[in-house]
Design a protein around this ligand. Structure first.
Ligand code: ARG
Length: 457
């Protein structure tokens, strides 16, 4: 098979080199973007009379029929033709004859691949934003369904203070809100046209890149042709934002894994999102959550592959850059699948109030409120902390929760304790008192929920 660049070569490419350098086995997924960009480019060449209008029209028709073949799975990709760009160009020439050879006027594969990757990344950003919203909606619905449930809040995974389950869930809403914003902020940086940079320096042909940008929905043109063909920052940012999504998902999944262990038993994940053991008949394992947690690793890895790939590369295009594709393709697949499965899984979660109630009795989570009670009666917080510390020790030794100590026992630690102490020791009362902005009181959480709904639905 003769190469598009074969003119100055006397010897054939080594077959092993052919397969070593080929990328079509993975970059063929850029085909729809490649054709979309080529159609806009051909129309521009015709409009600017760089090639005859009728040739441009023939090229566009040819590309459209190749697109159909690809969509129908009839197109045969050939790795001897290296990549998606050369495969499509070769097919075009086969289809419409010599005038297909005019498509690559005022264009290089360097600005072509940069354009395809920007179109692809823009589409992934839109998909990911949409998937984040679906996941946020599922979180909001879950929080709203369980507004009355108080759970232990943790620090160091030790019981700390009671909180509303909905408050805990809405913490994740906030994380994904930031993730969404990061992708929204990235979009305009991606939405910039490199086509027209050609190999690196621009072109003497009277091109109209503004027209191409409008056809492809790009808002701006890349300002510098050398930067246009060698910038992969947008892919690194895409991977970086993706790592944060995966990090947040891994935390969410970790909570589900812990909460669904019978030792906690706060929740049960639906059968459809768990698997059994081949040996232990009793097991119901949170494999989906574990896999999402595990998949965060490969996305972090891709970010570092890209950073390492780009480090120290001299301007402008270097073939190393072909190695960006598998990293970003797998990043997008992993993030999109993980978000989608997590949104579905949330809907399958059942909350076990009895187990949560039992857990609220453990861990002496009323201690801070007891100290605050004494503060309310004029004791300094440090002294109150020390008094309540001694009470907790006493309760541990007597194997009782704080609320089961008698008033007499309370008074033996401080005469300031009175009967009203028992009314403030209920988890819901403790939660209700935390009415500071962003706090866990039901009125704060209801407000947060309304706000979340307003911006998401
Ligand atoms: N397959 C190549 C890539 O992904 C396309 C650009 C090739 N350019 C070149 N000068 N060899 O990077």
């Amino acid at each position: 098979m003769s190469k598009q660049w074969g003119g100055r070569f006397e010897e054939k490419t080594d077959p092993f080199v052919e397969s070593f350098t080929a990328s079509v086995q993975y970059d063929s997924r850029l085909a729809i973007y490649d054709i979309q960009a080529s159609i806009a480019h051909a129309q521009m060449l015709g409009k600017q009379q760089i090639i005859p209008q009728k040739d441009a029209q023939k090229i566009v028709k040819g590309l459209e029929s190749i697109r159909k073949e690809i969509e129908q799975g009839k197109f045969i990709w050939n790795s001897a033709l290296e990549d998606v760009h050369t495969n499509i160009e070769h097919a075009l020439i086969q289809k419409i004859g010599a005038c297909g050879k005019k498509l690559h006027t005022a264009r290089s594969r360097n600005d072509q691949v940069a354009t395809d990757m920007r179109l692809w990344t823009r589409a992934q950003i839109d998909t990911i934003i949409d998937l984040i919203i679906q996941f946020q909606k599922a979180l909001i619905e879950f929080a709203e369904l369980h507004l009355d449930i108080v759970i232990p809040g943790f620090t160091h995974l030790q019981p700390a203070q009671p909180v509303l389950l909905a408050h805990h869930i809405l913490a994740y809403f906030e994380m994904f809100q930031r993730d969404k914003q990061r992708f929204q902020e990235l979009r305009p940086r991606v939405n910039t046209l490199p086509l027209g940079a050609t190999a690196l320096a621009g072109t003497p042909h009277p091109i109209d890149p503004q027209f191409v940008a409008e056809q492809l929905g790009f808002k701006k043109l890349c300002a510098n042709s050398m930067d246009a063909v060698s910038d992969r920052d947008f892919l690194i940012e895409f991977c970086s934002h993706s790592t944060l999504v995966m990090m947040h998902l891994s935390r969410w999944c970790e909570e589900l894994i812990i909460w669904s262990s019978p030792l906690f038993g706060f929740v049960e994940i639906g059968d459809a999102f768990t698997t059994g053991s081949s040996i232990m008949p009793q097991k119901k394992n949170p494999d989906v959550a574990e896999l999402v947690r595990g998949k965060s690793g490969r996305v972090y890895g891709h970010l570092f592959s890209l950073l390492t790939l780009m480090k120290s590369l001299p301007l402008t295009y270097n073939r190393d850059m072909q190695e960006d594709k598998e990293a970003v393709f797998d990043t997008a697949d992993t993030v999109e699948n993980s978000l989608a499965v997590c949104a579905k899984m949330v809907k399958s979660i059942k909350v076990n109030k009895g187990n949560i109630q039992r857990a609220l009795d453990l861990g002496y989570m009323e201690a801070t409120d007891l100290a605050d009670y004494l503060v309310g009666k004029g004791v300094s917080f440090r002294d109150a902390h020390s008094i309540v510390g001694k009470m907790v020790l006493h309760a541990i030794k007597n194997r009782k929760p704080l609320r089961e100590l008698t008033l007499h026992e309370y008074k033996s630690f401080s005469s300031l304790f009175a009967e009203d102490i028992f009314t403030i020791l209920k988890p819901l009362t403790i939660v209700k008192r935390r009415n500071s902005p962003g706090g866990t009181s039901p009125s704060c959480v209801k407000k947060a929920l309304q706000k979340a709904k307003k911006i998401t639905f």
